[in-house]
Design a protein around this ligand. Structure first.
Ligand SMILES: *Cc1c(COP(=O)(O)O)cnc(C)c1O
Length: 393
């Protein structure tokens, strides 16, 4: 695989020298192993035997008929072990760490979902696992903290700064620099300094590779639209990337508009952001006048990141991708609708993509095909939704 650090003007490695050396070592090993047949075979083995891949590309016939427009297919990442796409990346990176001779895995987590996916693979591969989490997030996400502990991980509450994700990232990076000889930093989305955006894309591309094969088998042609929610952008780039050269396939990323784009409570980094450097890479980001990331919000905890992957930033600028947004309210409506019509409770993150598809499908004729990435299942969100919607459903 060819080394790729920049996507247009986005990406790069904007970090101190001592960290750059450590990241270079990760990059060298990633490019070395990713093309190795044994590495690929081992990854494929765990996907079959542990993750449960390939998962179905499900024709949502009831939803399609109800909306009366384009055919809607759901890529069922919600059926993976641990209930979301994140495991695709954590298995890939833990295998790389093993090849590099590392015994200790560190990660940061905000909502806790990446922490759980990391703790899961560390348990399975017998690795020591340390998860940095802002102290406030450990209180908000107490159940995920307990899950990580159950899986044998050590959760370190970070008490610096705002005590949220940003500070957890800083703590993890400091640990990485100090302990690089035995430690691997397992990053959770297609963001951060090189090589993480391309590495996470590579491990998540299994989504699009399978979907491409499946739609050709099931429909005999490529889809007209691909739709996925965008937090950092890993499930979306995983679906999109294997179709990027197929110019007739439109790609649509859906950002969280929270309480509305005219409020401060959203995380629409592409829609309303501007170019800047955060967490060691250049992307479209929501920042204040001094370049500090702004506070972000979404009803879906997995989507509230103030930046977005460099490749999405690039596709937005070049027009290869279209990026839109969906409010909390519309995502909650889609959460209920998919549950009722298809018997599938989606993650609140994924419900953003479903909400957009519910608008889009109606505008298209019944010859058109849409694939939407169902990035995760909604069991984790039921209690939260009960608190918001209560008996009104
Ligand atoms: C974490 C998460 C997301 C957002 O992350 P991306 O990197 O943008 O994919 C989306 N859906 C689910 C279910 C998640 O857990």
């Amino acid at each position: 695989m060819e080394r790729k650090e920049f996507f247009g003007e986005f990406g790069g490695t904007f970090v101190p020298e001592n960290l750059k050396a450590v990241l270079d070592d990760v990059a060298v090993n990633f490019y070395k192993y990713i093309d190795e047949p044994e590495f690929k075979e081992e990854l494929a083995y765990y996907h079959r035997q542990y993750t449960g891949r390939p998962n179905p590309l499900y024709f949502a016939e009831k939803l399609t008929n109800k909306l009366g427009g384009a055919k809607i297919y759901l890529k069922r990442e919600d059926l993976n072990h641990t209930g979301a796409h994140k495991i695709n990346n954590t298995i890939g990176q833990v295998l790389l760490a093993k090849r590099m001779g590392k015994k200790r895995i560190i990660a940061e987590t905000g909502a806790g979902q990446h922490g759980v996916a990391t703790a899961t693979v560390c348990a399975m591969f017998g690795m020591e696992c340390i998860i940095y989490m802002g102290e406030i997030d450990t209180e908000r996400q107490a159940l995920n903290v307990y899950r990580m502990k159950l899986l044998g991980a050590k959760v370190v509450p970070v008490t610096m700064g705002t005590r949220t994700l940003k500070d957890a990232v800083d703590a993890a990076l400091m640990d990485f620099i100090e302990n690089a000889d035995n430690t691997y930093y397992l990053l959770g989305s297609a963001v951060g300094p090189h090589p993480y955006p391309i590495m996470v894309r590579e491990f998540q591309s299994i989504i699009g590779i399978e979907a491409r094969k499946q739609i050709l088998e099931q429909e005999g042609r490529l889809p007209d639209y691909l739709v996925a929610c965008v937090g950092g952008g890993s499930n979306a780039i995983g679906l999109f990337h294997p179709f990027v050269e197929d110019k007739e396939v439109k790609i649509v990323g859906v950002e969280p508009a929270g309480r509305g784009l005219d409020t401060l409570d959203h995380a629409a980094s592409i829609t309303l952001g501007s170019p800047g450097v955060i967490h060691g890479f250049r992307c479209l980001t929501l920042q204040d006048e001094t370049g500090e990331p702004l506070p972000v919000y979404s009803v879906a905890a997995g989507l509230d990141y103030p930046g977005v992957g460099p490749e999405h930033s690039h596709y937005s600028e070049t027009g290869r991708g279209e990026y839109t947004s969906v409010t909390d309210k519309d995502a909650l409506d889609a959460f209920v609708e998919l549950s009722r019509v298809e018997g599938i409770i989606p993650a609140l993150e994924s419900a953003h993509a479903v909400a957009h598809v519910m608008k889009l499908a109606k505008e298209l004729d019944d010859e058109k095909i849409i694939i939407v990435n169902l990035s995760g299942r909604g069991d984790k969100d039921v209690e939260q939704v009960k608190g918001i919607l209560g008996d009104s459903i």
